[in-house]
Design a protein around this ligand. Structure first.
Ligand SMILES: [Zn+2]
Length: 151
């Protein structure tokens, strides 16, 4: 960090405190060359993940929205809220591990389906039918056939 007065890069921290909202740390620094003081702010890097939709528009990744979609597919099925949260965790972990800043809605859908398939097949088919937007009844039947033959 360069001193704003003389450009020297070495400084010492004379005071350090969290900001009111606790989202950053404010540090008072003293330049080791000119001894003038200046302030720096340290912040946690929090890059929002964008979801690329089918029409190529982007929206913020929204965990609540994702969970609501899963809940809808699991309606009246023996799937607990906890299992649904776990699926959401898996998806988020996957995105974070790959350090993705943009992810397609299809990819998120596939991840949810992979996890849902292991828990409850009815919920899985329901979710798939919404997500893949089966254009006709035949594609939907194909999917169910594929599911049965995979057993
Ligand atoms: Zn200086």
């Amino acid at each position: 960090m360069k001193c704003p007065f003389c450009g020297y890069t070495e400084s010492k921290v004379v005071d350090s405190r969290a900001t009111e909202e606790n989202v950053s740390i404010r540090r008072r620094r003293e330049c080791l060359k000119c001894n003038k003081r200046y302030t720096t702010y340290e912040q946690i890097e929090n890059i929002p993940v964008l979801v690329i939709k089918k029409n190529m528009s982007r929206e913020y990744f929204d965990r609540t929205k994702m969970i609501n979609g899963i809940i809808k597919a699991c309606e009246k099925r023996p799937v607990s809220r906890n299992q649904i949260e776990n699926i959401a965790d898996e998806v988020e972990k996957n995105i974070n591990n790959q350090m993705l800043t943009e992810v397609s809605s299809e990819y998120i859908g596939e991840m949810i389906m992979d996890n849902l398939k292991k828990i409850d097949e009815v919920s899985y088919v329901r979710f798939a039918s919404v997500y893949r937007q089966f254009t006709d009844v035949n594609t939907f039947i194909d999917e169910i056939k594929r599911l049965i033959s995979n057993k």
